[in-house]
Design a protein around this ligand. Structure first.
Ligand code: NAG
Ligand code: NAG
Ligand code: NAG
Ligand code: NAG
Ligand code: NAG
Ligand code: NAG
Ligand code: NAG
Ligand code: NAG
Ligand code: NAG
Length: 898
């Protein structure tokens, strides 16, 4: 298959291609884009053409009435060139993502600038009416023309995050034509949104109007973005809090103007405060408006695991002669975040005064930067289902909508700048793949504009945990000073950390306290517990790991078939070392599964079929993510505490075979359910290396008596160890409760270990089953590379291939919400690694959905109830589930019809 492409030149020769014919002429707008002071509206749609076809006379093209019928017509307010071309039907992403088609997209078409054009109406001009054009970043840089005149050129409008505001009052008319010329992008020479080794690079390198271009109307006085500063007493919630609303007011007239600046804040509960003051602004001046009030009983915003997410609406408005001139509005929440480095120079965060162990993963946007709020909301719900409290965005700050979803659902966000390209072109950065010039004065100016813009976008949001002004490298002193000044000017209240790695740092910010020492490729489950001597054990569970994992995340067959050809599928199990299009970028260390597959072959035995390979892969993935989260959770109160971990990565920018906890089609598999067990709120975990059991409690309000049932059975189902330990659990604390050495010493080959945590009333809080081999994987720490630590001797799990078949039945039913499935093992042997998959009547996966648990192992004669809950994406019809597919390692495939 080949990606379909219509050359844009043909379109302009008057040959009506299908895409253009379908849409026809976009009708001339007959309503004004904005009509009242303070109103902001995005240019809602675009016509798009390559400059190779449309030419470069922007003065002419930005006059009204130009015939753009042969251009591409885009209904979105924002898209990269590839995103736009997919939307307008030139490309089809199902095709692009299939097999290796992605490499067939013609890159040369993007070596020239492209033009985004739109006509729009404004109210008729009159005295005291002002119009502005607001950009939020255009990649890589842009010239902008309105009605035949230049608004700005590419020396100012630079960078994916370079947002600016330009007054266009003198150029604006009732009918307006806007043209944006976006220049080609190099990740090494431009401030873009790059991908390093995450995935193949998009052919357009993300060029274009990927964020909205807005038009704003004001009266004589215009406001900048709203900033909200909160001051809370030590007794959170029960002491009054001060709230200050701030915004820069510009008097746009050449005479002094007297304004009423009014503040209001409104709680969701309905409680409202309004107040105002009168201020006189000198001609053409800028004044910071500062309005403070006191909230008697502030409702405190918490991360989802710890409480509710009450939000307040804030509005700061300015009026002239009782007529509204402009307003700045946003939501905020009362919460505090701090960070400090402890005695080991490891960063420890607190949220609302409570030590906050960060459990999360690294976010990837769509490869073509197509934002979908509903999809992101489902992703956040997945993270919360996993027990995560944080997402890290490495230079992928997306849009304001991301922070709105995070605020509403209670997920902390770690935004920041990205590594490995222009953003970190420091003289001391030795890791850049191509020689990249160090920053010029103009680059520092772009960085400044970018920091100011992002700080303004994020400042009010309670979900912000920190801003990382560097990733792999720390900013040089000049950039550090610029970032610091921009953040302070934005009244930034969250911590700022200079990089995500333990390396150098700028004195302004101090040591980062975050480590970036790998691994990124496969390591065995005991890796995380190998914490002594701490300084030589890289990614093991001590300190704060800012991006690390065993590189897992294999999709199941239903997803694989959507993007792999039959021969690609064959390669998975017949050519274990082959380079693959759906791994990391072709230039990276992660373009094949050699390291992972070496472990799979040796530990689980050579696969006998694709199905067998995928079952073993899900076992590898499950073990890997469970032990990473359990390792960090267990070591929260260790001598050298594990203060946080960000798994690398959360999701994929395209259909990928690895580095994600669910696949591109939102289907959760082994890596997901391993992580879900590993990050459980109240949990019992097994330390593979020291053969110890840990009691974990991430909650602030759960305490008291607990029982931990510990049972070991062999492959024949014979119980070889069985005990119950009575313990006390303490909020936000982990501790070792029982050594298991004796219990496992006599194991013949593989045994199963089941840990069950119950509360005072016997309710199960956590049920956790391991398969354990007689000997551990042996790590050669001294031979570690930046991306993994090699194994010299593998654990032997091949006995699992010889398990006697187990007879498991599944019954639908049970009370409460969601779909209940009761599994029952009728055999005297364990039923190992049973997965359930909900499908519709066409056999297609029902996603997104949550399962209370999945990829489960049943004890002989055990019964287990699982619940599936479908998530609505807020658009289209909900898919109706029709059946559950059930299969296990020693359980024959079956289907339960609903
Ligand atoms: C604007 O045009 C649309 C058709 O394009 C028409 O349905 C609508 O009534 C018009 N509105 C006004 C205010 O003229
Ligand atoms: C854009 O919107 C118009 C009008 O709603 C519709 O007819 C057209 O199909 C849309 N085009 C695309 C590419 O979605
Ligand atoms: C894209 O291609 C796939 C597979 O060839 C097809 O099923 C789908 O309908 C196409 N989508 C569009 C929007 O044309
Ligand atoms: C609120 O502001 C007042 C006046 O400046 C100050 O006395 C008080 O301590 C502040 N409250 C808090 C919680 O900081
Ligand atoms: C300013 O506050 C006063 C006193 O509360 C109120 O009467 C007046 O309406 C307010 N003015 C504005 C413009 O909000
Ligand atoms: C922590 O960092 C500081 C500043 O770089 C350094 O002086 C100190 O030795 C470090 N302490 C440890 C325990 O690494
Ligand atoms: C697999 O990737 C590694 C690391 O980049 C590389 O050294 C090796 O040559 C690759 N294997 C093949 C078969 O190309
Ligand atoms: C294991 O011990 C529990 C009580 O601690 C008991 O209920 C259970 O029957 C025992 N299992 C076996 C197989 O002996
Ligand atoms: C599995 O167990 C169920 C319930 O005891 C029984 O009805 C069924 O026949 C068994 N199936 C097989 C294949 O043994």
């Amino acid at each position: 298959m080949h990606a379909k492409k219509v050359p844009p030149t043909l379109l302009l020769l008057g040959i009506k291609a299908a895409a253009a014919a379908q849409c026809g002429l976009i009708p001339t707008p007959n309503t004004t884009l904005v009509s009242s002071p303070g109103q902001v509206a995005a240019i809602p749609a675009w016509d798009l053409a390559s400059s190779a076809a449309a030419g470069s006379d922007l003065a002419a093209l930005s006059r009204t009435g130009v015939d753009t019928s042969a251009w591409h017509h885009i209904n979105s307010s924002r898209c990269t060139l590839m995103g736009c071309l997919i939307e307008s039907g030139v490309y089809n992403d199902s095709n692009i993502f299939y097999s290796s088609n992605i490499f067939n997209v013609d890159k040369t078409q993007f070596s020239v600038p492209w033009l985004y054009r739109k006509e729009f109406l404004l109210p008729s001009p009159s005295a005291g009416k002002h119009y502005f054009l607001q950009t939020n970043g255009i990649t890589s840089r842009a010239d902008i023309f309105l009605n035949g005149k230049q608004v700005v050129d590419k020396s100012i409008q630079q960078g994916a995050y370079g947002g600016h505001e330009y007054e266009i009052t003198s150029m604006a008319d009732q009918t307006n034509a806007l043209v944006v010329r976006a220049y080609p992008t190099s990740y090494y020479y431009d401030f873009a949104v790059g991908w390093v080794d995450w995935n193949p690079w998009p052919a357009d390198s993300g060029t274009g109007v990927w964020r909205d271009v807005n038009v704003k109307q004001t009266g004589s006085v215009a406001l900048g973005p709203l900033r909200v500063v909160t001051q809370m007493g030590a007794a959170l919630g029960s002491q009054p809090a001060n709230v200050t609303l701030k915004a820069k007011a510009r008097n746009l007239e050449s005479t002094a103007v007297t304004i009423t600046a009014a503040g209001s804040i409104a709680a969701e509960s309905g409680e409202q405060l309004s107040w105002n003051q009168t201020i006189t602004l000198p001609p053409l001046s800028t004044t910071d408006i500062v309005l403070t009030t006191t909230v008697a009983k502030p409702a405190i915003w918490w991360p989802a695991q710890w409480g509710d997410q009450p939000l307040y609406n804030a509005n700061l408005s300015v009026s002239v002669d009782s007529a509204l001139s402009d307003f700045a509005a946003g939501k905020f929440g009362f919460r505090t975040v701090t960070s400090k480095v402890n005695q080991f120079n490891d960063t420890l965060f607190t949220v609302n005064g409570q030590p906050f162990q960060v459990l999360g993963a690294g976010y990837a946007p769509d490869m073509f930067l197509r934002w979908d709020s509903a999809k992101f909301e489902a992703e956040v719900k997945y993270m919360l289902d996993l027990g995560f409290n944080t997402v890290r965005l490495e230079g992928k700050n997306e849009h304001a909508e991301l922070y709105e979803v995070a605020d509403r659902l209670g997920l902390m966000v770690m935004p920041g700048w990205e590594c490995c390209d222009k953003w970190e072109a420091w003289s001391y950065n030795s890791d850049l793949a191509v020689p990249t010039p160090v920053w010029s004065d103009a680059d520092y100016a772009t960085a400044d504009a970018s920091m100011q813009h992002e700080a303004a976008m994020m400042q009010t949001h309670p979900s912000i945990l920190v801003y990382l002004v560097g990733s792999d490298y720390w900013p040089d002193d000049r950039a550090a000073a610029i970032y610091d000044k921009a953040l302070k000017a934005a009244d930034w209240q969250a911590p700022v950390i200079c990089s995500a790695a333990k390396s150098g740092y700028s004195p302004l910010f101090g040591p980062s306290g975050l480590k970036m020492d790998g691994p990124y490729d496969w390591v065995p489950p005991n890796y995380w517990y190998d914490i002594e001597p701490s300084d030589s054990r890289l990614g093991a569970a001590f300190g704060f790991g800012s991006e690390q994992g065993a590189g897992v995340g294999t999709p199941e067959l239903s997803s694989l078939q959507r993007f792999l050809s039959p021969s690609d599928l064959d390669d998975l199990w017949r050519n274990p070392n082959k380079n693959l299009s759906h791994m990391s970028a072709e230039t990276s260390y992660f373009h094949n599964r050699t390291i992972y597959n070496a472990g799979l072959w040796k530990r689980y035995g050579a696969p006998t079929s694709l199905e067998d390979y995928l079952t073993k892969a899900q076992m590898m993935d499950y073990e890997a993510t469970r032990s990473e989260y359990e390792g960090f959770a267990s070591m929260w109160n260790a001598r050298r505490p594990a203060t946080g971990v960000i798994y690398w990565m959360l999701n994929g920018a395209f259909p990928s075979l690895h580095w994600s906890l669910w696949d591109y089609y939102m289907h959760p598999a082994g890596a997901y359910f391993g992580a879900k067990v590993g990050a459980r709120m109240e949990h019992v975990a097994y330390d593979y290396l020291h053969k110890a059991v840990y009691l974990i409690n991430h909650a602030l309000d759960k305490k008291g008596a607990r029982n931990v049932g510990i049972e070991v059975v062999d492959t024949a189902g014979k119980t070889t160890y069985n005990t119950t330990v009575a313990v006390q659990t303490t909020p936000n604390t982990s501790k070792s409760i029982a050594p298991l050495t004796a219990a496992l010493d006599n194991a013949k080959d593989v045994v199963f270990l089941r840990l069950v945590l119950t509360d005072e009333k016997g309710a199960v809080l956590s049920r956790n089953v391991y398969w354990l081999s007689k000997t551990l994987d042996t790590l050669d720490w001294d031979a570690s590379e930046w991306y993994y630590t090699p194994v010299t001797k593998y654990a032997d799990y091949t006995a699992l291939n010889k398990l006697a078949a187990a007879n498991v039945t599944a019954a639908v039913g049970g009370s409460g919400d969601g779909l209940k499935i009761v599994l029952e093992n009728h055999s005297s042997v364990p039923a190992f690694f049973i997965s359930l998959n909900l499908v519709d009547r066409h056999g297609q996966d029902v996603v997104p959905l949550t399962w209370s648990d999945n990829y489960v192992t049943l004890w002989p004669k055990e019964k287990l109830e699982l619940t599936a809950t479908q998530m609505t994406l807020g658009k289209g019809e909900e898919v109706k589930p029709a059946a559950v597919q059930i299969v296990g390692k020693n359980v024959v495939k079956s289907v339960v019809t609903l």
